[in-house]
Design a protein around this ligand. Sequence first.
Ligand code: ATP
Ligand code: MG
Length: 175
Amino acid sequence: MDKAAQRLFFALWPEDSCRTALAAAMRHVQEKIPARWIKPENLHITLAFLGNVDAGQRGRLASLAGDIQAQAGEFLLDRIEHWRKPQVLCLTPSTAAPMLDQLAADLTIRLKDAGYQLDQRPFRAHLTLARKATSLPEGIRLERPIVWQSTAFVLVESTRNGQGSDYTVLESWPL
Ligand code: ATP
Ligand code: MG
């Protein structure tokens, strides 16, 4: 790996008020479910995970992202789900969020055209709350839906620390 390579992904990053609501929703269910909970400051929706990208490719990536013309919009994260195979707990929209699906699809096509190898699985809009969760106990619900106003998407660098990962937003593109 190039020394200057960075571990990157595109994401939707919650505004402060949304992050506060997400953290509150997480606290509400946290004590009832054993799992490795995501740090509140790390909560996000991944649009496309790139993995290691050489520093020299960053400019090309930024221009690709800048070419995207997607709609700003609002959607609700109103459901908590347990995904058995990856053992994650996540929040999802119970009704389709077309702006989100469209943005992820647009990014994916452009990134694949540019030669990036992305996750083969189809995009499923979700926000991971916790990992290493073996189940979702009966009767656990969100107290109220999380309203997500999406006005930008971002490029994030992920770095390892002793305990897990730290994220840094590197660039942002308005919708
Ligand atoms: P850690 O790996 O330290 O547990 P993390 O998974 O949050 O932390 P990264 O592995 O850097 O940190 O992942 C950043 C984001 O990209 C997360 O939302 C993660 O779920 C997603 N991601 C990571 N690897 C892939 C992959 N191969 N395909 C799709 N999404 C991925
Ligand atoms: Mg990971």
